[in-house]
Write a protein that binds this ligand. Sequence first.
Ligand SMILES: [Ca+2]
Length: 246
Amino acid sequence: MNSKNIISRWIKSFFNVIIFLLSLIAYGSRRSIVLGWLRNNEYRLGFFEGMITTVFFFYIADKYAPALDEFIHGIRAIGRQTQQLQVIPRERRSTPRPEPIQQTQLEPSYPIDRWEFIWFRYTEDGINPWGDFIFRSFKNELNFDDDWGDGIVNNSGLSNNVASKASRTLQLNNARRCTFLIGADDGIRLHVYNNNFTETYLEMDEWKDQGYSEFLRHVDLPAGDYKILLEWYEHYGTARTRFNMT
Ligand SMILES: [Ca+2]
């Protein structure tokens, strides 16, 4: 959210990348280290040693590939932040002391006729998983099933560590039993509130890393307006999100 957070995260991922590179170097130079240690120039790579080092290499690669991803996008995030810092003083010169409005655009707006999606970078913080704001998008259809595989998620520029808050107002002319189906890879949460948020009609919490999974709930809703909030995140690997109401 602020530049301190971005820089501290970037430094963290920078060190992860360094460790990853050191691991690669260690892997590459393993043979000469072992040779020096054994003082045996006729030492050759044995079958089991080959197996163990290959498994070790894939373990390291799997562990640090997300860090490489984080590292690259961290540089972009700092670039974006720097651009913002450069733009703000210029705007302030022409406008007499504007109020800070940075945060209001991050709150879901619950539009009546469409979904609003607010996209964020995902952070592995259990309390606040919402990282830097990326952009907003909209979708008219009530029901959707977006499957991005392991590609870029919805023009966010990210294929991993991306999250969204989708909101919309639902208008029911008659009381009825509604069936909510949500699906996600990875985590998802659905909240259905009354129009002024004083009552919660439905809460589904499947906020965890998982392969694509679907969850179903029935709920009786009186006629009226409802606020729907669908939170979703993709941690790593493939990504998909689905909402279906009947
Ligand atoms: Ca995933």
